[in-house]
Write a protein that binds this ligand. Structure first.
Ligand SMILES: Cc1cc2nc3c(=O)[nH]c(=O)nc-3n(C[C@H](O)[C@H](O)[C@H](O)COP(=O)(O)O)c2cc1C
Length: 368
């Protein structure tokens, strides 16, 4: 069932209608005047894919192997905080999708569902995303907890030493938990479907900070993260370590030398530094610095199957989708999410056929 979703734009349009303005703008918004979003889109649009012909593309596959695991799709689910704002139990919908598609679900430090039920629902296909904060005491407790919960991949996000300023969020007075003043009251009253669902299911809150015997300070600064901390984390974490939010080749080389298992090229969906380069433009350079075999992941600005294929063409070994998945949930719940996923799968598969390729890592794609 399509739920009226034939593209990620459809999902966004429907979500805009159904979500309170405050929630839509929290998910959709970006840093500053949002030129980062525009730059990213323009960079994708400037890349072209050359159609190659008569290559028998009847047998195509979308799955790839990451860290020795075979996925069913060429994209996974980016870690996102407070997903349950897009719809009740959105985190669980994403986890079940990860299980079905055997792709990684990024479980945010500030997820609105605790990390334990999420990895269970994802049938193990979950990676824990870590924000370093304060002096690291709480952070390392989260790391140990993730290990006990069965996570074997940790994603350290490094592009949030301070939270970027997103005026669209700030204008609505977006805070967690909500403060409900007259403006928010009107907003919620005008979106009764969302508001009633939240009333029955309860207000979403960051769920990982509730830790027995430890009082987590959610307001701690993230600014102290440095290379010494990274090396401590590397020593402490026996599993795979991914660093997310890398845009600079020298940083990528240093991360590889520090024993990091993969790098995720990302500008956090243009939500942090407005003037950051379009991350899709950084992929090739970073790949040439770390070598073609070193695992390189990509997120930010992926809106279609053609975008996904372009990211593989620039050197990505795997890609991650972000806010459009939340829009699909807001638009049509779990069916809406599956509908968008199917659209993206179909778009990717058709794109491969049209350029004469049979898989996302077909060397032909990199030839452009
Ligand atoms: C609402 C929202 C919350 C996010 N929360 C987190 C988070 O907690 N941790 C993190 O590493 N990235 C977070 N991100 C960034 C995503 O992981 C990802 O980098 C980004 O959404 C990709 O860009 P896209 O939305 O254009 O696809 C968040 C993004 C959004 C839209």
């Amino acid at each position: 069932m399509s739920r009226g979703i034939h593209s990620s734009d459809d999902a966004r349009r429907l979500a805009r209608r159904r979500l309170p303005w405050m929630v839509f703008d929290y998910i959709d918004g970006a840093a500053g005047c949002e030129t980062g979003t525009v730059r990213t889109r323009a960079a994708f649009d400037a890349l072209t894919l050359r159609p190659r012909i008569l290559r028998d593309v009847s047998d195509r596959s979308l799955g790839v192997s990451i860290f020795g695991q075979q996925t069913r799709a060429p994209f996974g689910i980016s870690p996102m905080g407070m997903c349950n704002l897009s719809g009740p139990a959105a985190d669980m919908m994403l986890a079940r999708l990860a299980a079905r598609e055997q792709v990684p679900l990024g479980v945010s430090t500030v997820a609105s569902t605790a990390m334990e039920p999420l990895i269970e629902a994802a049938e193990g296909h979950a990676w824990f995303q870590l924000y370093f904060s304060g002096d690291g005491t709480g952070t390392f407790k989260l790391v140990d907890r993730a290990r006990v919960a069965g996570y074997d991949t940790l994603v350290l996000t490094v592009d949030v030493p301070e939270l970027g300023r997103r005026p669209r969020e700030l204008r609505h007075g977006f805070t967690m938990p909500f403060r409900i003043g007259p403006r928010q009251f009107l907003d919620f009253a005008l979106h009764p479907r969302w508001s009633l669902a939240m009333l029955f299911k309860g207000r979403p809150e960051p769920a990982n900070f509730r830790m027995p015997g430890y009082d987590f300070d959610r307001t701690e600064s993230r600014a102290k993260a440095d290379w010494t901390m990274l090396s401590k984390l590397r020593d402490r974490w026996p599993g795979k370590l991914v660093v997310k939010g890398v845009l600079y080749r020298e940083d990528a080389v240093a991360l590889k030398e520090a024993g990091v298992d993969a790098i995720q090229v990302s500008s956090h969906g243009a939500r942090q530094l407005e003037s950051a380069p379009a991350p899709i433009c950084a992929l090739r350079e970073i790949q040439s610095a770390v070598g073609a075999d070193y695992p390189l992941f990509y997120d930010t600005g992926l809106r279609s199957g053609e975008d996904v294929v372009k990211a593989y063409g620039q050197g990505a070994h795997f890609t991650f989708l972000g806010r459009i998945l939340q829009f699909a949930i807001a638009a049509g719940g779990e069916e809406g999410l599956q509908a968008l996923w199917d659209v993206l799968r179909a778009e990717t598969s058709i794109t491969l056929a049209l350029i004469g390729a049979t898989s996302p890592r077909d060397p032909l794609i990199a030839e452009g």
